[in-house]
Design a protein around this ligand. Structure first.
Ligand SMILES: C[S@@+](CC[C@H](N)C(=O)[O-])C[C@H]1O[C@@H](n2cnc3c(N)ncnc32)[C@H](O)[C@@H]1O
Length: 248
């Protein structure tokens, strides 16, 4: 997506970190419920680092993303966190953590095989009691076409966006999102951009199956916060077995 490359500089105007405080507090509560003692976490697909801005106040966060441009944005917001570029399917930090956190990034995978690769890699980055937490926008069971809009001004610059998510073929595992951005630069010049993304759409039993194959037990936890048109579920995955089937 252009948003994570040439338009990355605009991310804080499209999605300012202050809009994430309420949801980050809910995620923290869920994390604590499954693992009261998280000290070190890694985020896969950390983007602009908006949830990390709040979570890092409770435990250390290592932030990883495919996009060097998004990492630069996050480095400005979270200069106290380590940032590493890498694809969450094969990134190897050579370390294990109490928590692998994946928020609003897992949907870029549209096949079960890719999801399994990510889950196996998440497992590799967890210590024995570690948990995996995934926030994905939709499940097959809950999907509804949705529109969203927003954006803010920052000095002379400003951004507004409209996004529309729909499912052109309910028989496959893919939904489509179209984005329209209107941007005003520091000289007052207004211009527009369009963007598009395909997202994976899987059922809860499919998630359970993929996670089980990677050695996790999936728990679906309802999440509700202001402005969110639910139902919305987080997946908290606890470890059951090593990938080769050995029990922990
Ligand atoms: C919406 S942002 C994540 C927002 C972030 N969770 C937060 O709290 O601010 C989605 C990010 O996923 C990243 N991403 C997409 N595919 C990826 C992959 N294969 N590996 C790592 N990151 C990826 C994108 O570059 C983008 O920065």
């Amino acid at each position: 997506m252009k948003l994570y490359k040439e338009l990355a500089e605009w991310w804080p105007l499209m999605s300012p970190h202050t809009e994430y405080e309420e949801e980050a507090a809910l995620y923290l509560e869920l994390i604590r419920r499954y693992h009261a003692d998280v000290k070190a976490a890694v985020e896969f697909g950390s983007g602009g680092g908006n949830n990390a801005f709040y979570l890092k106040q409770r435990f250390s966060m290592t932030l990883t993303d495919l996009s060097a441009d998004m990492l630069k944005v996050s480095e400005r917001l979270n200069p106290d966190c380590e940032h590493v570029q890498g694809d969450m399917k094969k990134l190897d930090l050579g370390a294990t953590f109490d928590l692998v956190f994946i928020h609003d990034a897992i949907m870029y995978f549209t096949t079960k095989a890719e999801l399994l690769e990510v889950m196996v890699n998440a497992k590799k980055h967890l210590n024995e009691r570690g948990i995996l937490m995934i926030m994905t926008d939709h499940f097959k069971e809950t999907f509804k076409p949705v529109t969203d809009h927003g954006g803010i001004d920052a000095g002379k610059r400003g951004m507004r966006y409209l996004e529309w998510t729909y499912d052109s073929n309910p028989d496959d595992h893919v939904t489509e999102t179209e984005y329209a951005y209107i941007l005003r630069d520091e000289n007052g010049t207004v211009f527009r951009e369009y963007d598009r993304a395909e997202s994976g759409l899987f059922s809860m039993p499919e998630w359970e199956e993929i996670l089980a194959e990677a050695g996790f037990q999936a728990n679906f936890e309802r999440v509700e916060y202001t402005g969110l048109e639910g139902p919305y579920f987080a997946i908290v995955a606890t470890q059951t077995a090593d990938v080769d089937g050995t029990k922990n």
